[in-house]
Design a protein around this ligand. Structure first.
Ligand SMILES: [Zn+2]
Length: 659
């Protein structure tokens, strides 16, 4: 029988599009869910949106939209983000779902009534519209809410229903301090224990006139459920409470709720007290993450330090974004998000450490041993690594994801050192069998690394799995037993990245990857009179098809250093493959090639202040980059094209467009 594992995020308040904090929480939850799937558990992962409340109602009105139109649009933005992040959730609950959610919320309310824990009382309180909650005086700073210093605190006089939180504070104190309901990290546990000592009953409903958008209180049409019974109940209604007892009994209690530190009280006091009152068992664990800061401060439009998840994904890709979120977020406190650090961590760890180890191992095995593995043993090495597996696994189990990731990266560093120390490139000449054993062990380590990384970077792991010619690896495959196996083709996994500043629009020139290439040989195209086949050395061998015949003889070309558009999509021209294109100034009747005679094959060609990317481009994209020649030099927006040793020159001083 599989263990069930029920995991939730907090439900997001869709008053606007998702921010970085939402991305962090869903990614953390996804990592834990995937980890448990790889352990073989039967995972149910629920997320969703908290859609009632005054703020949604008023924002919709302000925007001139119906409430459902407004909510649908924002919910779509959340779902789009989760899709781009490759989140493996099983169910997305919306608290406006009358079929799925409302019956359970109403049943819960009725059960609290039955227990005698709901009563009506006149109430005067301080209310923050931003938080949609009552505040006590000592929580305010200069009479303002600390989260919403610009909003006015309202004095609200109402007759509301109350829930007897005070009745359960001692029982809860016991269950939390004994870890029966485990609050992680310790800091948050202590915080909630101190709150519980003095917990008072809480307002549990609002008059319909002040909260027009919500679930009506059973038997009282004047009152609407306040957020506690309406929203917190999603964790049970989503899995069938009030409508599907079989499913509910199978999945409840939740194994872990994941929330932000700002809603600790609701999840560590109000929610479990409601469950105790309704005679429902408590969730097992509560994982509380901190905030994600930018430049040391909470992100806000007025500080200008907002980092948006969609733009980060667009710039760096979703797996790099996920890698960095996990890498930067400590278990115990707030984390700092900095794009400079993201670039540094990716280049150091993903490119320099992990991808480097994987690529050098697999390509060496392919090149020298035809990709085949043999039986190999090195107890000292494998014992050390296996103790690290246990460490990484234990960090995952305790939800310390940052340390899990760091342990994995340290294992990869040990792999790199093992490879380096054994010098297989030298060893192979002295003791071929020993070199083969080193490579077989290293390949086993590659396999293990990607199993460990699967929860965080599943697409990357799948890619390596394919290169290894393996499938569906899980945690029980963590071992050095892979032998007599032939791997597939190795490919480079990550390349160095550069910081992309949001303010500066990327120059179109950055799309070009231009390299110096030496013409090694020139032949006539077999099927076309006017075309040459040109063999090039640009650090690697390339061949292009080019229409230079009317302008340059074979002897004019041989041995020359030309400029090659290196990242042009390969094409077939009259049946011959062409990998790139050489650059020339063209007036229509005259053509002058661009030369860099003092440079070496493979040297980068650039203009000052613009960095290049290596993504493939089409000819159309290239033609949108306007490079011009003048007086024997080539310019982009007034800056000359150059290499590290010279300025590029245009043959025959042809003035025209470069194409
Ligand atoms: Zn507030």
């Amino acid at each position: 029988m599989k263990n069930k594992f029920y995991i939730t995020t907090a439900i997001a308040y869709p008053n606007s599009v998702p921010h970085l904090g939402h991305a962090l929480e869903i990614v953390q939850t996804d990592v834990i869910a995937r980890f448990h799937k790889l352990l073989g558990d039967d995972v149910w992962f629920q997320t969703g949106t908290d859609e009632h409340g005054t703020k949604n109602w008023e924002t919709a009105k302000k925007k001139g939209k119906t409430i459902s139109q407004f909510l649908d649009e924002n919910v779509d933005a959340f779902k789009k983000l989760y899709k781009e992040l490759n989140i493996s959730y099983d169910y997305f609950i919306r608290t406006t779902d009358k079929k799925i959610h409302h019956p359970g919320a109403i049943e819960l309310w009725n059960n609290l009534i039955k227990a005698g824990d709901i009563y009506k009382k006149k109430y005067e309180g301080l209310y923050c519209v931003g938080c949609e909650s009552f505040k006590v005086k000592r929580e305010l700073i200069d009479d303002k809410c600390s989260h919403h210093p610009k909003l006015k605190i309202k004095v609200v006089n109402e007759e509301n229903y109350f829930f007897r939180l005070s009745k359960y504070k001692n029982e809860l104190f016991e269950k939390i301090s004994s870890d029966e309901y485990k609050v992680i990290p310790k800091k948050r546990k202590n915080e909630i224990l101190s709150f519980l000592k003095d917990a008072k009953d809480i307002s549990f409903s609002r008059p319909k006139k002040s909260l027009p958008w919500g679930i009506s209180v059973p038997g009282d049409d004047e009152q609407v459920m306040y957020v506690w019974c309406d929203a917190l109940s999603n964790y049970i209604t989503g899995i069938g409470y009030g409508r599907d007892k079989k499913k509910f009994d199978k999945l409840w209690p939740a194994d872990v709720h994941i929330i932000g530190k700002d809603i600790l009280r609701f999840h560590a006091a109000f929610w479990p007290a409601m469950l105790l009152s309704a005679n429902i068992s408590l969730p097992k664990k509560l994982l509380v993450h901190g905030f994600i800061l930018s430049s040391g401060a909470k992100m806000s439009k007025s500080s200008g330090n907002v980092i948006e998840p969609f733009s980060q994904i667009e710039k760096y890709g979703s797996e790099i974004f996920k890698f960095y979120l996990i890498e930067t977020m400590p278990l115990e406190s707030d984390g700092e998000y900095s794009e400079e650090l993201l670039v540094e961590r990716v280049n150091t760890e993903l490119v320099g450490n992990l991808a480097n180890f994987i690529y050098r191992t697999l390509s060496f095995l392919n090149k020298n041993f035809d990709g085949s593995m043999i039986i190999a043993k090195d107890d000292e090495f494998t014992d050390l690594i296996e103790s690290k597996f246990k460490e990484a696994k234990s960090f995952y189990e305790n939800y310390d994801l940052r340390n899990a990731l760091n342990t994995i990266l340290r294992i990869s560093a040990i792999g790199n050192k093992y490879f380096q120390d054994n010098e297989p490139w030298a060893l192979i000449k002295k003791d071929k069998k020993k070199a083969h054993e080193v490579l077989s062990l290293s390949t086993n380590l590659v396999k293990n690394l990607i199993i460990l990384l699967k929860p965080i970077m599943p697409m990357f792991a799948n890619n390596v799995e394919k290169q290894l010619n393996l499938k569906n690896l899980v945690f029980t495959d963590l071992n050095f037993d892979l032998k007599n196996h032939k791997i597939g083709i190795a490919d480079i996994l990550f390349r160095k990245i550069e910081l992309v500043k949001s303010e500066e629009k990327k120059s179109v020139f950055s799309k070009l990857d231009l390299k110096v290439a030496k013409i090694v040989d020139v032949k006539n195209h077999p099927n076309a009179d006017k075309l040459y086949l040109i063999e090039l050395d640009c650090g690697e061998k390339r061949r292009i098809v080019s229409g230079l015949k009317d302008f340059y003889s074979v002897d004019d070309l041989k041995g020359k250093n030309i400029l090659l558009l290196y990242n042009l999509q390969p094409a077939k021209i009259r049946g011959e493959k062409s990998e790139g294109m050489l650059l020339a100034a063209d007036t229509g009747d005259k053509i002058g090639l661009l030369f860099a005679e003092k440079s070496k094959p493979g040297d980068q060609v650039f203009v000052d202040g613009i960095s290049n990317c290596s993504k493939q481009i089409s000819y159309k994209e290239f033609s949108e980059v306007k490079i011009k020649s003048e007086n024997g030099k080539a310019y982009f927006e007034g800056k000359p094209l150059k290499t590290s040793s010279e300025t590029v020159f245009v043959d025959k001083k042809v003035d025209g467009n470069i194409c």
